[in-house]
Design a protein around this ligand. Structure first.
Ligand SMILES: [Cu+2]
Length: 452
């Protein structure tokens, strides 16, 4: 065995065409070993080999990965506290570099790294007892370990407590890490490793399971799960440098085993949790409603631009008591109560969203309705109608004299007070009509007609 010496980095020729050894390095998130069922210590014989492979970060973007068993993150190992592990690491002939493995679940020099440092063509064996429980990372730890981890060499070893873990419906396994390359984000062709970018901690890609947006519609697809399932996720952050702000969009960590601590009581209903490099966090989600749950690093540019996003697609019946869509869009989002038409409805306190009157023959708007600290409201404040519709305004008689005046001068009523007075206008062109009552505009007596 060779300890602590670094072979020169060999470069593969830069190729413009995708020239890959394997179709994918992305670990299958559903490939989680079955829970521990034994209640006495047992011995496991585990072997792993290092595979240096060229694969795609994204379609047309290739990179020379270093992996445990050809996948990122490396295989998830699962034992029980007190179990004995006989572990063999192989560095096959044909690889370029020395490698080793540091298990964070191991008491011993380098977590096993010192005794497993091997050059291509060698293997090494160690034996250890899993003395303490938790979800722990393992990674390559030769000199330039940051390069090796950034190239994909990390994974998870789960040491279950003696009493095991609560039962769940499903378990999933993800790993985040960042890639430093000399080419720009998204540039097609082969991306060479960038040591300077790594020293500056300025990554090109930040990814889940080794590849940019691996588990999304555009790539291998979302992971389908069923509504009502309780799902446990194991989330390793290889780094080598960035802390992940791990968050499920449209959901919450119902139980969070911070930093993979499985003995303390889990935290409850945590939105976002930091997962530092060199650690594994464990969380459970509930899935009460159907739809996508997007797992992200909430340092959100990484999710939006650099690849750190994966999707769970919850299948099942809609649950309107928990969540429902009020309006479904047709070419715009005027059903959104946040839409204020460039601020026109900002100070209109009876406004709660655009009311759909598309199918009403002659929609009515009340003039002098309750609102804006008196009878100074048009109700509804905003309606949506089809082109050709005649809208009728009806006075309550409250709040004094009111009128209906279009900001764009396409209609204007008289200033009247009498209860039951009406004004009509037919909208022949589509658009957004902002109008107000002249005496009470400053109080918020304003409205909008959206004509589609
Ligand atoms: Cu290595």
């Amino acid at each position: 065995m060779v300890a602590g010496c670094q072979a020169p980095v060999k470069r593969r020729p830069n190729s413009s065409a995708p020239n890959v050894d394997v179709d994918s390095v992305a670990a299958d998130p559903t490939a989680v070993p079955a829970p521990v069922t034994w209640d006495e210590p047992r011995t496991h014989e585990i072997t792993m080999k290092v595979q240096e492979v060229t694969a795609e970060i994204a379609p047309g973007v290739t990179f020379d990965y270093m992996t445990f068993e050809g996948q990122v993150p490396g295989p998830m190992l699962r034992v029980r506290r007190g179990d004995r592990v006989r572990f063999r690491l192989t560095n096959p002939e044909g690889n370029d570099l020395p490698h080793n493995i540091d298990f964070h679940a191991v008491y011993g020099p380098g977590g096993g790294a010192e005794d497993t440092t091997i050059v291509p063509g060698e293997y090494a064996e160690i034996e250890f007892t899993a003395m303490y429980p938790g979800a722990h990372i393992y990674h390559c730890a030769v000199p330039n370990l940051d390069q090796h981890i950034s190239s994909g060499m990390f994974g998870t070893i789960l040491v279950e407590p003696e009493d095991g873990l609560p039962e769940v419906n499903r378990e999933l396994y993800f790993g985040q890490h960042e890639l430093y390359t000399k080419s720009e984000l998204g540039q097609e062709g082969h991306h060479m490793f960038d040591f300077e970018g790594m020293e500056d901690e300025d990554p090109t890609y930040v990814v889940f399971n080794g590849e940019s947006y691996a588990f999304t519609e555009g790539r291998y697809g979302a992971i389908d799960v069923n509504r009502g399932e309780r799902i446990r996720l194991y989330f390793a952050n290889g780094g080598p440098n960035l802390t992940s702000s791990w968050h499920p969009i449209g959901n919450v960590w119902a139980k969070l085993y911070r930093d993979g601590d499985l003995l303390s009581d889990p935290a409850r209903y945590v939105e976002t949790t930091p997962v530092p490099p060199g650690s594994v966090s464990v969380a459970e989600i509930e899935t009460p409603v159907p739809g996508p749950i997007k797992l992200v690093d909430h340092a959100i540019s990484r999710a939006d631009k650099r690849g750190a996003l994966g999707v769970l697609d919850v299948k099942g019946e809609e649950q309107p008591d928990i969540y429902k869509t009020i309006t479904s869009g047709r070419g715009n989002d005027y059903g959104n109560e946040n839409e204020t038409f460039d601020g026109w409805l900002d100070d209109v306190n009876n406004y709660t969203g655009v009311v759909d009157k598309m199918d009403v023959e002659q929609p009515e708007v009340v003039v002098g309705a309750e609102g804006n600290r008196g009878s100074f409201a048009f109700e509804p404040a905003a309606i949506k109608v089809s082109r050709g519709t005649t809208v009728k305004w009806v006075w309550t008689g409250e709040g004094g004299y009111h009128n209906v005046v279009d900001e764009g001068s396409s209609f204007e009523s008289d200033l009247v007070q009498e209860e039951g007075s009406t004004f009509t206008h037919t909208f022949d062109s589509s658009g957004v009509y902002k109008y107000a009552c002249t005496p009470h505009e400053a109080l918020g007596m304003k409205g909008v007609i959206v004509v589609e």
